[in-house]
Design a protein around this ligand. Sequence first.
Ligand SMILES: *[C@@H]1O[C@H](CO)[C@@H](O)[C@H](O)[C@H]1NC(C)=O
Ligand SMILES: *[C@@H]1O[C@H](CO)[C@@H](O)[C@H](O)[C@H]1NC(C)=O
Ligand SMILES: [Zn+2]
Ligand SMILES: [Zn+2]
Length: 437
Amino acid sequence: MGFWKFFTAVLILNLFWSKPTSSISLSTTELSEIPTKFLSYAKKPEIVNLMVDARRRIHENPEVAFEEFETSKLIRNELDKMGIEYKHPIAVTGVVGMVGTGEPPFVAIRADMDALPMQESVEWEHKSKVPGKMHACGHDAHVAMLLGAARILQDHRQELKGTVVLIFQPAEEGAGGAKKMVEDGILKNIDAIFGLHVSVDLPIGSVASRPGALLAGSGLFEAIISGKGGHAAIPQHTIDPILAASSVIVSLQHLISREADPLDSQVVTVGKFQGGGAFNVIPDYVTIGGTFRAFSTESFMQLKKRIEEVIKAQAAVQRCNATVDFYPDNKIFFPVTTNNKVLHTHFENVAGDMLGIDNVQGMQPLMGSEDFSFYSDVTPGCFFFLGMANETRGKLASLHSPYFTINEDVLPYGAALHASVATRYLLEFESKSHISD
Ligand SMILES: *[C@@H]1O[C@H](CO)[C@@H](O)[C@H](O)[C@H]1NC(C)=O
Ligand SMILES: *[C@@H]1O[C@H](CO)[C@@H](O)[C@H](O)[C@H]1NC(C)=O
Ligand SMILES: [Zn+2]
Ligand SMILES: [Zn+2]
């Protein structure tokens, strides 16, 4: 693909590239009008139809982690129609498009494509046609909004003072699609990255985020605690792993209540406890599993170390042996999602110009996690939540609920925000050095 060869050449040149001397040519007023202009553009029937149609087609055919083949094809077809160059496949099904001059600076906007392995319970015209699979986290809407943004940007490409990179990634839900995208080198020379997630709690037309740590780092653990099974009435001839596992679980809770700084939020939850099958038999072994979360790498690694120590030592107290696996089912750790302070301010300025400052909210960090963190771990990034709630239509079901629905009125907001933060970034920031915290 010619454009990509050019892009790569520019990347190499970029290593020797010095800051341009040209300054921003638009006035503050002109800059502040871009977000409202893009929102009106995104609300045009043609753009709304493009997004609603894409979203519904994706919703009907949900594909789970690393299986987003049809979704990926749909995205490429739409980009082809818009005349946007892209690279594919990246990380199995990922697509990376490019709009603009093909020259620095490079700013990325990202959407995730995967569905969840769960059955949809909403009865509507575009219900999932695949039993046991559903878009219940809004990633169908995320793809549609990024396609809408692609169209807005392509239609305004003469105004772009650099390049917007459109990232469509697979496998956000636990499998670390973003990690694979990063390993495949997509962030090389990207100066900044923005991402969003729909929210069922925030009102439509409003956004929320915060500078610094936004979402927790998270990991899983699974332990097999082995003893020696036997008759429940003759415990002296057994080594009881159920008792040992119970002591382990209680001791794990002390990591938070006694070892962690009360002002440094952390979680350890044991959500899985499997062992035994009869009233009068002590089993040979028990399996427990859970998740742990923290807001700094130090706290996270300390927690990981102590979880292993506590499980092994507490099992030993009861004469059991324990093995601990931190990567069950090939699941991986998610880093903390941290918003770059300068990019967060940029996001607030742009969103404020579009939605009014009252509709740009701050928020507390959430214990949830996002694989956007793999990007923001290595490149300055900013992630924010986009409201979908409209009181007059009743309350929306929560993310990952079988009753989850999208308020499609959100699509133009998402598209316009993506396009505006990127366009304004290119106009206001000349190089990475400007956004170091
Ligand atoms: C624990 O491991 C040791 C060393 O491998 C072994 O001798 C012992 O039998 C094990 N105990 C249990 C309860 O599995
Ligand atoms: C909320 O829903 C009502 C009823 O459908 C609609 O008239 C109104 O425009 C919606 N509000 C927004 C901000 O989308
Ligand atoms: Zn999700
Ligand atoms: Zn999600």
